[in-house]
Design a protein around this ligand. Structure first.
Ligand SMILES: Nc1ncnc2c1ncn2[C@@H]1O[C@H](COP(=O)(O)OP(=O)(O)OP(=O)(O)O)[C@@H](O)[C@H]1O
Ligand SMILES: [Mg+2]
Length: 257
């Protein structure tokens, strides 16, 4: 593989707490993720999946090891640059990373654009477009708090995609959802992956969802215990063939928007 990875981590360790409370959540992770890939991170509760995700998303710093983004060592970046980069290049679908529940759905989706300095009309237009993708444009004016769990999850997706990110990080995006809503969210994520080439990294307990990703990374006790690349995946982000075999129907994001 000659292409440079989008994200490259080496010797990643994360230790929480001190002395007696010390806990090694990650114990030496080496991992390369390429542009356009869909990667599932799976493993038992407490194995370190969310910890890894937070580090990959540059939301937290490792105790040891390096994280390179586009070949650049991220530990060398200043906080301001880091925030800027996260806001522009990353989209987050985290259950614990929630919305401002007293604000409107629209304002929640607008937030990353506001931070990025996009003008009033344009950010409104783009946020409405993202809400259309998740079929919640009719709820734009509602208070975020008044939505159902699945709808909130879809607002998170709208907010994650509104900036046209390079990478979407999703931690249990279908957790606690009924199967129909879960399926819609799956289709949305894979639609973005296929149609827009957005790299998606998904932490999940849902084997069905993991099976649709180009690569599965199993985490056990803070280490990668197994890695599986699905058939037809060439490590170049081009895993459409594989997913076609799995009979996943694609949605056309452009059309829905
Ligand atoms: N801030 C923290 N302080 C101390 N320990 C922590 C902290 N965050 C996580 N841990 C511990 O690190 C380990 C890994 O946690 P992590 O959240 O990464 O697990 P996970 O694989 O995402 O689990 P789950 O599937 O339940 O979400 C757990 O044992 C957890 O208790
Ligand atoms: Mg977790």
């Amino acid at each position: 593989m000659s292409k440079r990875p989008l994200l490259s981590v080496r010797g990643l360790r994360k230790t929480y707490g001190k002395r007696d409370a010390r806990f090694e959540a990650l114990r030496g992770i080496d991992l390369d993720i390429y542009e356009g890939e869909s990667v599932a991170i799976i493993g038992k509760s407490g194995s370190g999946k969310s910890t890894l995700m937070h580090l990959l998303a540059l939301l937290d710093k490792p105790t040891e090891g390096t994280i390179k983004l586009n070949g650049k060592d991220t530990s060398k970046l200043r906080q301001g640059k880091l925030n800027d980069l996260r806001n522009k290049e990353f989209g987050f679908v985290f259950q614990s990373f929630f919305m401002n529940s007293n604000d409107s759905v629209l304002n929640n989706v607008i937030l990353p654009l506001k931070i990025a300095g996009v003008g009033f009309r344009e950010r409104r237009r783009r946020a409405m477009e993202a809400l259309k993708v998740v079929e919640l444009d009719d709820k734009a004016k509602n208070k975020a708090n008044d939505l159902s769990g699945g709808q909130k999850q879809r607002v998170c997706i709208a907010r994650a995609i509104v900036n046209d990110p390079k990478i979407i990080f999703a931690d249990e995006p279908t957790g606690n959802l009924d199967s129909a809503t879960g399926e819609r969210i799956q289709k949305l994520l894979f639609g973005l992956n296929e149609k827009k080439g957005i790299t998606v990294i998904i932490v999940t307990h849902d084997q069905d969802l993991a099976d649709k990703c180009g690569r599965q990374i199993h985490i056990s006790d803070g280490q990668i215990s197994e890695e599986r690349t699905l058939a037809n995946f060439d490590g170049d982000g081009n895993n459409d063939g594989m997913r076609d075999q799995n009979n996943i129907h694609h949605i056309d994001i452009e059309e829905e928007a």
